[in-house]
Design a protein around this ligand. Structure first.
Ligand code: C2E
Ligand code: MG
Ligand code: MG
Ligand code: MG
Length: 288
Protein backbone atom coordinates (compact mmCIF):
# COMPACT_ATOMS: atom_id res chain seq x y z
CA UNK A 1 0.00 0.00 0.00
CA UNK A 2 2.76 2.40 0.94
CA UNK A 3 4.52 1.61 -2.30
CA UNK A 4 1.37 2.34 -4.29
CA UNK A 5 1.05 5.72 -2.70
CA UNK A 6 4.74 6.39 -3.29
CA UNK A 7 4.43 5.61 -6.97
CA UNK A 8 1.34 7.75 -7.32
CA UNK A 9 3.04 10.75 -5.77
CA UNK A 10 6.02 10.32 -8.09
CA UNK A 11 3.67 10.21 -11.07
CA UNK A 12 1.83 13.31 -9.86
CA UNK A 13 5.08 15.11 -9.21
CA UNK A 14 6.25 14.55 -12.81
CA UNK A 15 2.88 15.37 -14.18
CA UNK A 16 2.57 18.58 -12.20
CA UNK A 17 5.96 19.69 -13.48
CA UNK A 18 4.70 19.16 -17.00
CA UNK A 19 1.44 20.85 -16.18
CA UNK A 20 3.29 23.87 -14.83
CA UNK A 21 5.50 24.13 -17.87
CA UNK A 22 2.51 23.94 -20.09
CA UNK A 23 0.17 26.16 -18.15
CA UNK A 24 0.83 29.07 -20.44
CA UNK A 25 -0.36 26.98 -23.32
CA UNK A 26 -3.54 26.17 -21.36
CA UNK A 27 -3.35 22.62 -22.60
CA UNK A 28 -5.46 21.34 -19.75
CA UNK A 29 -8.81 22.52 -20.96
CA UNK A 30 -7.67 21.94 -24.49
CA UNK A 31 -7.01 18.24 -23.86
CA UNK A 32 -10.60 17.56 -22.81
CA UNK A 33 -11.80 19.41 -25.88
CA UNK A 34 -9.32 17.56 -28.08
CA UNK A 35 -10.61 14.18 -26.90
CA UNK A 36 -14.19 15.30 -27.48
CA UNK A 37 -13.62 16.97 -30.84
CA UNK A 38 -11.33 14.40 -32.40
CA UNK A 39 -8.13 16.49 -32.42
CA UNK A 40 -6.17 13.46 -31.27
CA UNK A 41 -4.89 11.23 -33.99
CA UNK A 42 -2.98 7.96 -34.10
CA UNK A 43 0.17 7.19 -36.06
CA UNK A 44 1.42 3.66 -36.71
CA UNK A 45 5.06 2.63 -36.71
CA UNK A 46 6.03 -0.70 -38.31
CA UNK A 47 7.78 -3.39 -36.29
CA UNK A 48 9.91 -5.35 -38.70
CA UNK A 49 11.21 -8.93 -38.61
CA UNK A 50 15.00 -8.53 -38.56
CA UNK A 51 15.62 -11.72 -40.52
CA UNK A 52 13.60 -10.87 -43.63
CA UNK A 53 12.43 -7.26 -43.31
CA UNK A 54 8.74 -8.18 -43.35
CA UNK A 55 6.29 -6.12 -41.29
CA UNK A 56 5.32 -8.08 -38.19
CA UNK A 57 3.06 -5.51 -36.58
CA UNK A 58 2.53 -1.81 -35.93
CA UNK A 59 2.71 0.24 -32.74
CA UNK A 60 -0.11 2.76 -32.34
CA UNK A 61 1.27 6.11 -31.12
CA UNK A 62 -1.02 8.97 -30.21
CA UNK A 63 -0.54 12.53 -31.54
CA UNK A 64 -2.35 15.76 -30.80
CA UNK A 65 -3.14 18.02 -33.69
CA UNK A 66 -3.32 21.19 -31.64
CA UNK A 67 -5.16 24.08 -33.28
CA UNK A 68 -2.42 26.61 -32.48
CA UNK A 69 0.61 24.60 -31.24
CA UNK A 70 0.83 22.19 -34.16
CA UNK A 71 1.41 18.44 -33.79
CA UNK A 72 2.25 17.70 -30.15
CA UNK A 73 4.17 14.55 -29.09
CA UNK A 74 2.69 12.27 -26.40
CA UNK A 75 5.42 12.95 -23.84
CA UNK A 76 3.94 16.45 -23.54
CA UNK A 77 0.37 15.44 -22.81
CA UNK A 78 0.25 11.79 -21.57
CA UNK A 79 1.34 12.84 -18.04
CA UNK A 80 -1.32 15.54 -18.12
CA UNK A 81 -3.95 13.04 -19.25
CA UNK A 82 -2.90 10.82 -16.33
CA UNK A 83 -3.26 13.63 -13.76
CA UNK A 84 -6.56 14.79 -15.17
CA UNK A 85 -8.03 11.29 -15.13
CA UNK A 86 -8.36 11.32 -18.92
CA UNK A 87 -5.86 8.58 -19.67
CA UNK A 88 -8.38 5.74 -19.80
CA UNK A 89 -10.47 7.65 -22.31
CA UNK A 90 -7.33 8.46 -24.30
CA UNK A 91 -6.01 4.90 -24.40
CA UNK A 92 -9.47 3.57 -25.32
CA UNK A 93 -9.63 6.15 -28.11
CA UNK A 94 -6.34 4.78 -29.45
CA UNK A 95 -7.65 1.20 -29.16
CA UNK A 96 -10.80 2.16 -31.06
CA UNK A 97 -8.74 3.79 -33.81
CA UNK A 98 -6.49 0.75 -33.99
CA UNK A 99 -9.53 -1.55 -34.43
CA UNK A 100 -10.96 0.72 -37.13
CA UNK A 101 -7.67 0.80 -39.02
CA UNK A 102 -7.25 -2.99 -38.85
CA UNK A 103 -10.76 -3.44 -40.25
CA UNK A 104 -9.96 -1.00 -43.02
CA UNK A 105 -6.69 -2.78 -43.91
CA UNK A 106 -8.47 -6.14 -43.88
CA UNK A 107 -11.03 -4.73 -46.31
CA UNK A 108 -8.30 -3.69 -48.75
CA UNK A 109 -5.94 -6.63 -48.42
CA UNK A 110 -5.91 -9.30 -51.14
CA UNK A 111 -6.52 -12.85 -50.12
CA UNK A 112 -3.20 -14.20 -48.97
CA UNK A 113 -1.97 -10.86 -47.57
CA UNK A 114 -1.56 -10.94 -43.80
CA UNK A 115 -2.77 -7.79 -42.08
CA UNK A 116 -0.32 -6.85 -39.31
CA UNK A 117 -1.37 -6.84 -35.67
CA UNK A 118 -1.34 -3.58 -33.71
CA UNK A 119 0.24 -2.82 -30.31
CA UNK A 120 -1.53 -0.31 -28.10
CA UNK A 121 0.22 1.33 -25.12
CA UNK A 122 -1.52 1.11 -21.75
CA UNK A 123 -0.59 3.65 -19.11
CA UNK A 124 0.40 2.15 -15.76
CA UNK A 125 -2.21 4.31 -14.04
CA UNK A 126 -4.95 2.36 -15.81
CA UNK A 127 -4.27 -0.77 -13.85
CA UNK A 128 -6.27 0.57 -10.91
CA UNK A 129 -9.40 -0.16 -12.98
CA UNK A 130 -10.64 -3.53 -11.81
CA UNK A 131 -12.38 -4.38 -15.09
CA UNK A 132 -9.80 -3.00 -17.51
CA UNK A 133 -9.51 -6.35 -19.29
CA UNK A 134 -13.29 -6.62 -19.67
CA UNK A 135 -13.49 -3.10 -21.10
CA UNK A 136 -10.77 -3.86 -23.63
CA UNK A 137 -12.28 -7.19 -24.64
CA UNK A 138 -15.70 -5.56 -25.12
CA UNK A 139 -14.24 -2.82 -27.32
CA UNK A 140 -12.51 -5.32 -29.60
CA UNK A 141 -15.66 -7.47 -29.75
CA UNK A 142 -17.71 -4.39 -30.72
CA UNK A 143 -15.59 -4.25 -33.89
CA UNK A 144 -15.95 -7.96 -34.54
CA UNK A 145 -12.19 -8.44 -34.55
CA UNK A 146 -10.38 -11.51 -33.26
CA UNK A 147 -8.59 -10.63 -30.02
CA UNK A 148 -5.24 -11.79 -31.32
CA UNK A 149 -5.05 -8.81 -33.71
CA UNK A 150 -4.26 -6.59 -30.69
CA UNK A 151 -1.24 -6.44 -28.40
CA UNK A 152 -0.72 -4.32 -25.34
CA UNK A 153 2.49 -2.56 -24.27
CA UNK A 154 3.03 -1.97 -20.58
CA UNK A 155 6.12 -0.77 -18.74
CA UNK A 156 8.01 -2.75 -16.11
CA UNK A 157 6.62 -0.58 -13.29
CA UNK A 158 3.20 -2.16 -13.85
CA UNK A 159 4.68 -5.51 -12.85
CA UNK A 160 6.43 -4.36 -9.70
CA UNK A 161 3.96 -6.45 -7.70
CA UNK A 162 3.75 -9.89 -9.28
CA UNK A 163 0.63 -10.75 -7.23
CA UNK A 164 -1.04 -7.39 -7.73
CA UNK A 165 -4.11 -6.62 -9.83
CA UNK A 166 -2.00 -5.77 -12.90
CA UNK A 167 -0.82 -9.36 -13.20
CA UNK A 168 -4.44 -10.56 -13.14
CA UNK A 169 -5.49 -8.05 -15.77
CA UNK A 170 -2.62 -9.05 -18.05
CA UNK A 171 -3.36 -12.75 -17.53
CA UNK A 172 -6.97 -12.14 -18.50
CA UNK A 173 -5.94 -10.36 -21.69
CA UNK A 174 -3.56 -13.17 -22.55
CA UNK A 175 -6.16 -15.80 -21.73
CA UNK A 176 -8.45 -14.06 -24.25
CA UNK A 177 -5.79 -14.33 -26.95
CA UNK A 178 -4.03 -10.94 -26.85
CA UNK A 179 -0.28 -10.69 -26.43
CA UNK A 180 1.36 -8.56 -23.79
CA UNK A 181 4.65 -6.79 -24.34
CA UNK A 182 6.97 -5.27 -21.75
CA UNK A 183 7.90 -1.81 -23.06
CA UNK A 184 11.19 0.01 -22.36
CA UNK A 185 12.60 -3.27 -21.07
CA UNK A 186 15.72 -2.93 -18.96
CA UNK A 187 15.06 0.60 -17.70
CA UNK A 188 13.05 -0.46 -14.65
CA UNK A 189 14.59 -2.01 -11.60
CA UNK A 190 15.95 -5.50 -11.23
CA UNK A 191 14.40 -7.15 -14.23
CA UNK A 192 15.84 -10.53 -13.26
CA UNK A 193 13.91 -10.78 -10.03
CA UNK A 194 10.52 -10.88 -11.69
CA UNK A 195 11.21 -11.99 -15.24
CA UNK A 196 10.15 -15.55 -14.45
CA UNK A 197 6.76 -14.53 -13.06
CA UNK A 198 5.58 -11.82 -15.43
CA UNK A 199 2.70 -12.67 -17.70
CA UNK A 200 4.11 -11.51 -21.03
CA UNK A 201 4.88 -12.74 -24.53
CA UNK A 202 7.36 -10.19 -25.84
CA UNK A 203 9.90 -7.81 -24.42
CA UNK A 204 10.80 -4.53 -26.07
CA UNK A 205 14.38 -3.65 -25.40
CA UNK A 206 14.66 0.04 -24.56
CA UNK A 207 16.12 2.44 -27.10
CA UNK A 208 18.82 3.60 -24.67
CA UNK A 209 20.55 0.19 -25.07
CA UNK A 210 20.25 0.23 -28.81
CA UNK A 211 21.81 3.68 -29.04
CA UNK A 212 25.04 2.65 -27.30
CA UNK A 213 25.37 -0.80 -28.79
CA UNK A 214 27.95 -0.01 -31.45
CA UNK A 215 30.43 1.56 -29.04
CA UNK A 216 30.07 -0.52 -25.92
CA UNK A 217 31.23 -4.11 -25.88
CA UNK A 218 30.07 -4.84 -22.33
CA UNK A 219 26.62 -3.57 -23.22
CA UNK A 220 26.60 -5.86 -26.26
CA UNK A 221 27.27 -8.80 -23.94
CA UNK A 222 24.40 -7.80 -21.65
CA UNK A 223 22.02 -7.31 -24.55
CA UNK A 224 23.00 -10.60 -26.21
CA UNK A 225 22.48 -12.51 -22.94
CA UNK A 226 19.16 -10.74 -22.29
CA UNK A 227 17.93 -11.80 -25.71
CA UNK A 228 18.96 -15.40 -25.01
CA UNK A 229 17.29 -15.29 -21.61
CA UNK A 230 14.05 -13.96 -23.08
CA UNK A 231 14.11 -16.70 -25.71
CA UNK A 232 14.75 -19.38 -23.11
CA UNK A 233 11.68 -18.09 -21.25
CA UNK A 234 9.62 -18.39 -24.42
CA UNK A 235 9.43 -14.68 -25.24
CA UNK A 236 10.25 -12.82 -28.45
CA UNK A 237 12.41 -9.69 -28.44
CA UNK A 238 11.78 -6.38 -30.19
CA UNK A 239 14.46 -3.67 -30.21
CA UNK A 240 13.19 -0.08 -30.39
CA UNK A 241 14.82 3.09 -31.73
CA UNK A 242 16.96 1.38 -34.40
CA UNK A 243 18.37 4.21 -36.46
CA UNK A 244 21.38 2.71 -38.22
CA UNK A 245 22.08 -0.31 -40.35
CA UNK A 246 24.91 -1.33 -37.98
CA UNK A 247 22.50 -1.44 -35.03
CA UNK A 248 20.09 -3.61 -37.02
CA UNK A 249 22.92 -5.94 -38.11
CA UNK A 250 24.29 -6.30 -34.58
CA UNK A 251 20.86 -7.02 -33.12
CA UNK A 252 20.04 -9.52 -35.82
CA UNK A 253 23.34 -11.29 -35.21
CA UNK A 254 22.42 -11.49 -31.52
CA UNK A 255 19.19 -13.24 -32.43
CA UNK A 256 16.86 -10.29 -31.78
CA UNK A 257 13.56 -11.09 -33.53
CA UNK A 258 12.09 -7.69 -34.40
CA UNK A 259 13.17 -4.09 -34.79
CA UNK A 260 11.40 -0.76 -34.76
CA UNK A 261 12.94 2.60 -35.58
CA UNK A 262 13.61 5.38 -38.03
CA UNK A 263 15.88 3.08 -40.08
CA UNK A 264 12.75 1.21 -41.17
CA UNK A 265 10.07 3.88 -40.87
CA UNK A 266 8.86 6.77 -38.73
CA UNK A 267 5.43 6.58 -37.14
CA UNK A 268 3.11 6.95 -40.17
CA UNK A 269 -0.26 8.58 -40.71
CA UNK A 270 -3.08 6.67 -42.43
CA UNK A 271 -1.86 7.51 -45.92
CA UNK A 272 1.68 6.45 -45.02
CA UNK A 273 0.51 3.07 -43.72
CA UNK A 274 -1.62 2.48 -46.78
CA UNK A 275 1.32 3.25 -49.03
CA UNK A 276 3.46 0.83 -47.05
CA UNK A 277 0.90 -1.98 -47.06
CA UNK A 278 -0.75 -1.54 -50.42
CA UNK A 279 1.57 0.65 -52.46
CA UNK A 280 4.70 -0.39 -54.37
CA UNK A 281 6.48 -3.20 -52.53
CA UNK A 282 8.23 -2.23 -49.29
CA UNK A 283 11.99 -2.32 -49.84
CA UNK A 284 13.51 -4.83 -47.49
CA UNK A 285 15.75 -2.53 -45.51
CA UNK A 286 17.30 -5.24 -43.41
CA UNK A 287 18.32 -7.90 -45.85
CA UNK A 288 18.91 -5.73 -48.92
P1 C2E B 1 7.15 4.11 -26.43
O1 C2E B 1 5.93 3.30 -26.23
O2 C2E B 1 8.42 3.54 -25.94
O3 C2E B 1 7.19 4.41 -27.99
C1 C2E B 1 8.37 4.50 -28.75
C2 C2E B 1 8.75 5.93 -28.99
O4 C2E B 1 10.00 5.97 -29.69
C3 C2E B 1 7.77 6.70 -29.88
O5 C2E B 1 7.77 8.05 -29.43
C4 C2E B 1 8.42 6.61 -31.24
O6 C2E B 1 8.03 7.63 -32.13
C5 C2E B 1 9.87 6.74 -30.85
N1 C2E B 1 10.78 6.20 -31.86
C6 C2E B 1 10.55 5.18 -32.72
N2 C2E B 1 11.64 4.92 -33.47
C7 C2E B 1 12.58 5.81 -33.08
C8 C2E B 1 13.95 6.03 -33.50
O7 C2E B 1 14.51 5.36 -34.37
N3 C2E B 1 14.63 7.03 -32.86
C9 C2E B 1 14.05 7.77 -31.89
N4 C2E B 1 14.77 8.73 -31.32
N5 C2E B 1 12.76 7.59 -31.46
C10 C2E B 1 12.04 6.61 -32.07
P2 C2E B 1 6.45 8.88 -29.26
O8 C2E B 1 5.46 8.52 -30.31
O9 C2E B 1 6.82 10.30 -29.10
O10 C2E B 1 5.87 8.31 -27.89
C11 C2E B 1 6.55 8.51 -26.69
C12 C2E B 1 5.94 7.72 -25.57
O11 C2E B 1 4.61 8.19 -25.27
C13 C2E B 1 5.76 6.24 -25.91
O12 C2E B 1 6.96 5.56 -25.74
C14 C2E B 1 4.69 5.84 -24.91
O13 C2E B 1 5.27 5.60 -23.64
C15 C2E B 1 3.85 7.09 -24.83
N6 C2E B 1 2.68 6.92 -25.69
C16 C2E B 1 2.55 7.10 -27.03
N7 C2E B 1 1.29 6.83 -27.45
C17 C2E B 1 0.59 6.45 -26.32
C18 C2E B 1 -0.78 6.04 -26.08
O14 C2E B 1 -1.63 5.93 -26.98
N8 C2E B 1 -1.11 5.76 -24.79
C19 C2E B 1 -0.18 5.83 -23.76
N9 C2E B 1 -0.60 5.55 -22.52
N10 C2E B 1 1.09 6.20 -23.97
C20 C2E B 1 1.48 6.50 -25.22
MG1 MG C 1 5.32 1.46 -26.59
MG1 MG D 1 9.15 1.70 -25.86
MG1 MG E 1 10.39 4.26 -24.91
Amino acid sequence: RTRERGEDSVAIFHASMHAQALQSLRLEGDLRTALRDGDLTVHFQPIVALNDGSIGSFEALVRWRHPTQGMLPPNLFIPLAETLGLIHELDMFVLTRACERILDWQGRADAGTTVPKVSVNLSATQFSRPDLAGEIIAEIARHGLPNDMLRFEVTESVLAQPDGPAADILQRLRGAGMSVLIDDFGTGYSALSYLHTIPCDLVKLDGSFVRSLEHDERLRTIVARSIELAHDLGMCVVAECIETRQQADLLRAMGCDYGQGYLFARPLDDAGVEHLLFGPRFTQEVTA
